[in-house]
Ligand binder design. Sequence first.
Ligand code: ZN
Length: 262
Amino acid sequence: MKQARFCFYLCALLLMTASALYGQSYPRFKVLAFYSRTVEKAHVDFADDAIQFFKELTVGNGFVFDTTSNMEDLNDAKIKDYQLLMMINDFPHNQAQRDAFEKYMENGGGWLGFHVAGYNDKTTNWPWFVNFLGGAVFYKNNWPPLPAKLTLDDTLHSITKGLPHTFISPVGEWYQWKPSPRENKKVKVLLSLSPENFPMGIKHIIKEGDMPVVWTNTDYRMIYLNMGHGPHILTDATQNKLIIAAFRWVITSDKKGNVIDR
Ligand code: ZN
C-alpha cells in the first residue's frame, strides 16, 4: 500500500516536472523581417548576412523568422501576428505602410531597426518617425566605411551587460545625427562611437560631435542599431552578442508577456 502511494506521488512529481519543462509551446514568437534587394550593394550584403544570422537562431524551432522584400506586407492583417518587425535595410515607403507601422508600434509592437532603417532627412516628412527615433535626423556619415571604437553608455542594461566597456566594431558606415537623440529625455543611449575615432574618414570626414550608435526610445518597444553597412558587420563575436541581446530584449519587453523567460 505504502509502495503504491509512493509510486503515485513520484509519478505526479514526474508529470509536473515534465509539464514545467515541456509545457512551453514552440515556436515561442514570430518575427517578420523586411529587406530590399534594390538598394545599395553594401546594404544588400548586410541583408543577406543578417537573414542567415537570424535564421540560424531559430534552430530547434524556437521562433519563426519570416522575411519579405515586399513592403506592401506592412499592413494590419499581415503584421498582427508578429511580436517583432525587423527593418534590415529598408523602411515604409508610402502613407498606408507608415500608418500600419505607427498603429503597430503605438499598440505595443516590437521593432529592431538597423542602419538605413533609421535614415530620415528634410525630405522624409514623417514627424511621427522622427519622434519614434527620439528626434534623430541624419546629419552626416564617414566615408569610406571604417572600423570604429565603440563605448558602452550603460553597462547594466540587459543589452550591454557583460560586454567589454569598449570594443572595435567591424568596418561600417557611421551616421551622425542632428539633433542627437541623446538630447531627448525619453531616449536611453546604450552605445556610442568613441571620440577617439575622430577625425574619422578619408573622403568624408567626421571631426567631432556626439555619435550615439545604439539606443531605445523608452516610449516604445524598440531598439535602433546604426550597424548594417557591408559584409563585415556580423563577423565580430562581441558585436553579435550585442545584436542578439538587443533582439532578445525587444521580445522579452512585450507588455503582453515575456515569451522567453517566463
Ligand atoms: Zn550605409
